[in-house]
Design a protein. Sequence first.
Length: 423
Amino acid sequence: MKQTILIKEARHYATGEAVDVIIADGQVAAMASSLPAPEGAAVIDARGLTLLPGLVDLHVHFREPGYSYKETIKTGSEAAARGGFTTVCTMPNVNPVPDSDEALSVQEKLISDNALIQVLPYASITRRRLGEETVDFAGLAHRVAGFSDDGTGVQSEQVMAEAMKGIAATGALLAAHCEVESLLNKGYIHDGDYAAAHGHRGICSESEWKEVERDIRLAEESGCRLHICHVSTKESVDLVRDAKSRGVKVTCETGPHYLWFTDADLQEEGRFKMNPPIRSAADREALRAGIIDGTVDAIATDHAPHSAEEKSRGLEKSAMGVVGLETSFGASYTAMVVPGLMTLDKLVERMSLTPRSLLGLPDPFETGSPADFVLVDLESKWRVEPAEFVSMGKATPFEGLALQGEVVMTIHDGEIVYSRNGL
């Protein structure tokens, strides 16, 4: 039996009004103003704090099984809880690749034994993520968040068309990493002014949007639910916007770092290296506009931890990927809400409600739903200190920056899984 909890006088994220929440047996028993405390309930004084539904990240890398020196299910889920996340979806670039019942079971056991929050794995689209032979979609769909070969795009149009047809038959989500490998030219940062000025090899925008264009066409033909991962270019935003206007079942995400930085902010450090890369000011503005008008459906971190040594080799030679779970809310709130570009309730849609809808998860603000909440201090200003991260990965472009909006407490399934002041 889980402890009964009363959250007292929190500010509702959408209405701004004070609200009490009673959590019993892990579920929302009541939500209203001035609720009496049930006998024996733990009372959380939430005055001055804002109550949000637990955040949901559609795109993280927890590195287990296979690469636990970078991150584990335990440390990744702890980082997620500290960032206000109650559900995350893990990408399949692990070992073994979750491309079969047996391989997926390895990851499921690690999640069952170690996860602090809900961790939903993606299965791969193709065997061993090689882009050649599709997996058993019907046999795996009920156990996963969806299907993705993230880390590599499916290069063969024939294979992707076959995959979309098979996934469409299950109703599952296909999360596509869109990248035309023949256009990469061994690039590793955006093909823009910084690359030209500093002698770096660039990744052209076309390498992303050209495959976005193809996958939208295939989704329109197949009826597959297509979700495009880590959109970074203005052309991709335009293609998604146009496809949505035609009724194509397409959604997309971008990351907090794409909403914040441009290639003019790059430094000669591995913490600025990720795939896709931070791009131009025009791309950033298009992504912000997309987040505001809903063309870009979700903010996802693409949390991708590496060892300190792997990220210490500068822009050219460091591993691709940065961490983001512990900075995501503060970075997104500071970039989008503090300057008045969008309201808090719209940010909550992008970071919780829309991802929940895509995954078929309930809204915690409905009575009877699993109690997944986060309490945030919207006035708190804090500095990003990677040494304090609970994630094993420390590489972030936000290092040293001042953010506003801090997670104070995270509750998953009616249990406190993170508290700023200790559990």
